[in-house]
Structures are given as structure tokens and as C-alpha cells.
Design a binder for this molecule. Structure first.
Ligand code: KG4
Ligand code: ZN
Length: 353
């Protein structure tokens, strides 16, 4: 059966067709994966402008869905079910996808399932690699989230830890902005870091041992915090700008800053993921979300996997950043469980996983 996935939670309008093969070992076949990025629209403003994002989704959605059908060589009549991102995300953006999917589901008389965006990121690992050894610890690391989950059975996610303040991607974006590097920051810092010295500055690390004030019942030892690092970079940069009497730091120094900052973020992410994996006797680690596109994270994760004897699975670049194929993949799990969305489905900006 062909499942049409639709994703409009932030600044990417995406549609994809994923085939449910009913094969237990490799249940999914990616047939098409179309993404219309709004980066050029938001770049001018230094970040995503929600109202511009939702308006652009309205303009792009029909063409993107038609593109997904055409690329897969499929017709509307062959779509067996639909899966849409319900949340979390920008409410105006989410509404475009949810409204489109509900209308299409009604017109086609095919079932619709509502997918949590984070579940989509997690399932991108299964979509790419098939069944990975369980239990698995999965790190979802994106612009809005940095969370660790324990997956003991496919499709079931237990929260182990999360960031108490900034997400890792957000830290990349904020540090890039601070360094005057533009938007989105992650890929720019990644590129620049390749020419810098990652040992130039020893940034402070954060290891949380205290419980989260906002969730006192939860074991907080696998939580993250990136706001202290961001502030340390800010203070350092302001100090250097004052010392040099110029807002523009030398190119080599900016590269060193990028490399050492990136190293600190990657070390923290991998440290926590491997600690959680050891604690829960995980047989594998998965890493997904936009920041999993980071070249250093990918390289260091592969090295750590070899050293520690726990395999790490990361989706290909196209499935790391926001896309609708992962939404269709997560949707196939919901369809199998019979969790069809009600006709009055609404978008939910803060949908928890
Ligand atoms: O998953 P995603 O596409 O959207 C959200 O769900 O947030 O993640 C976007 C985030 C942004 O913060 C972006 O800067 C970051 O992922 N990102 C990267 C890289 N590519 C994207 N961060 C570090 N290195 C990269 N290569
Ligand atoms: Zn995402």
C-alpha cells in the first residue's frame, strides 16, 4: 500500500510516498521524497518568520504533493492512506498540512493518521536501516528538540532525557548568528569548523545531576543543557570584539570558534547517548533530526561506535533534516495499530511525544 506523507511543521513543505511492503524485516520502501525549502525567504530575517512560513506552505503544498506523486509514478487513486504531522511545530504552518491532509483524506475516502514530528525523526532511522538491534537508545537532535528515547519495541518511545533549555540545533543557529555567519547556522558552522582548530578554546561542559525542576519525578541524569555554552561563546566573542575594537573577528579565529564550539556540542551529545545506552544495556544507538546531518557528529559517532562496540545508525542526509518520508514511515506504524485520526483532527503546536 502507498502512504502519502505530508510535513509542514516549520519552514519546509514536504511530501513523500512510502510503500508499506508488509515485509517484517524491511517494512518500508521509499518511492519519493520532495522538499520545498523556505530558507531563501527566511534568510533575510535571520530566522524563521512564522507568518511568512505558513503563507509559503499554502503556495507550495499542491505542487510538492503533485511532485511526490509524479516522482513515484503514482496517481491519486493509488494512495492507500495519508499521514500528516500534527505537531509539535509552528501552529500556522502545521495547519496548512493538517487541513490539506484532511481534505485529501475526505476526497479520496482513505484513512488519515496524525504523526508526532519527533516520532517521524525517530522512524527515519528505521526507514533508512530497517530493523536495528533492540533495545535502542535514540537521540533526536534538531532545531527545536534534543531528547533521548529508549526504544524497546518498534514504535514505542520512552523518554530518557531532554534539554532543559536550548536545543542543540538552536545553539548552532544562535552561535552562527552571533558570529555573523547567517542562517541556518548548523550547516554554516559545520562547513567553517572544517578549517578551524577544535582545541583552540576549551568550552565548559554541562553534566546535570540534579532533577529537572519542571519534571521532578523524572530521572534527570540524561538531560542536556546548551544555554550555558551559548552564553560562554557570547561572552567570549563580546570580549574579543572589545579587545580588537571591531565587530568582525579575523576569519581564522571565527573558524577556531566554530570548530571548538561544534566539538563541545558533539562530545556532549555522544557522551550522553553512550552513557544512556550503557545504563539501559542498549544493543544499538540511533541518531536523527537536523543536527544528525552534522559531519563531525557523524564521524565521531562512527568512531565511538567502533571503540565502544555499540553500533550507531544515522539516516542519510535527505532523511536527517525535515522531510515527509519519515512522517509516512511513522504513519505506517500508526496504521498498523489502527490509530486512525478523527475527522475533527487539529494541529497541536506543543504536541508531546
Ligand atoms: O530537524 P530539523 O530539520 O528541523 C527541526 O525539526 O527543528 O533541524 C533543523 C536544525 C537547525 O537548527 C539546523 O541548524 C540544524 O538542524 N542543522 C545542523 C546541520 N544541518 C542542519 N546542525 C549542525 N550541523 C549541520 N550540518
Ligand atoms: Zn525536525
Amino acid at each position: 500500500m502507498l502512504v502519502l506523507g505530508i510535513e509542514t511543521s516549520c519552514d519546509e513543505t514536504a511530501a513523500a510516498l512510502v510503500e508499506d511492503t508488509a515485509d517484517a524485516n524491511r517494512p518500508w520502501l521509499l518511492r519519493s521524497n520532495i522538499v520545498a525549502s523556505q530558507v531563501e525567504i527566511h534568510r533575510e530575517w535571520g530566522g524563521v518568520v512564522p507568518e511568512l512560513a505558513s503563507r509559503q506552505h499554502v503556495r507550495d503544498i499542491c505542487g510538492v504533493v503533485e511532485g511526490a506523486l509524479a516522482t513515484a509514478g503514482a496517481t491519486w487513486g493509488e494512495v492507500g492512506a495519508l499521514a500528516v504531522t500534527q505537531g509539535p511545530g509552528l501552529i500556522g504552518s502545521l495547519l496548512v498540512g493538517v487541513s490539506f491532509a484532511k481534505a485529501a483524506s475526505w476526497a479520496l475516502e482513505k484513512p488519515l493518521v496524525a504523526v508526532n514530528h519527533l516520532a517521524g525523526h525517530i522512524e527515519s532511522i528505521w526507514l533508512e536501516h530497517g530493523n536495528i538491534p533492540l533495545p535502542a537508545v535514540v537521540l533526536v537532535v534538531s532545531g527545536g528538540h534534543t531528547s533521548l528515547y529508549l526504544v524497546e519495541r518498534p514504535g514505542e518511545y520512552a523518554l530518557l532525557g531532554r534539554t532543559r533549555d536550548d536545543a542543540a540545533g538552536e545553539a548552532f543557529d544562535k552561535v552562527a548568528k552571533l558570529l555573523g555567519l547567517g542562517y541556518p547556522g548548523g550547516p554554516i558552522v559545520d562547513r567553517l569548523a572544517q578549517t578551524g582548530d577544535d582545541g583552540a578554546i576549551r568550552w565548559p561542559g554541562t553534566r546535570l545531576t540534579n532533577p529537572d525542576r519542571n519534571a521532578p519525578d523524572r530521572d534527570g541524569r540524561f538531560d542536556f543543557s546548551f544555554s550555558g555554552l551559548k552564553t560562554a561563546v557570547l561572552r567570549h566573542v563580546r570580549g574579543r570584539q572589545a579587545a580588537l575594537g571591531s565587530a568582525q573577528l579575523p576569519e581564522a579565529e571565527v573558524a577556531d570558534l566554530a570548530a571548538s564550539f561544534q566539538r563541545r556540542v558533539v562530545d556532549t551529545l555522544l557522551d550522553r547517548a553512550f552513557a544512556a545506552a550503557a545504563f539501559h544495556h542498549a544493543r544499538s544507538i540511533g541518531i536523527a533530526g537536523g543536527v544528525s546531518a552534522n559531519s563531525r557528529l557523524r564521524r565521531d559517532a562512527a568512531r565511538a561506535a567502533g571503540r565502544r562496540g555499540v553500533p550507531v545508525f544515522i539516516p542519510s542526509l535527505a532523511l536527517s533534516t525535515d522531510n515527509a518520508a519519515m512522517i509516512a514511515a511513522a504513519g505506517i506504524r500508526l496504521l498498523a495499530a489502527g490509530r486512525i485520526a478523527p475527522a475533527d483532527l487539529n494541529a497541536a503546536a506543543n504536541l508531546p511525544l
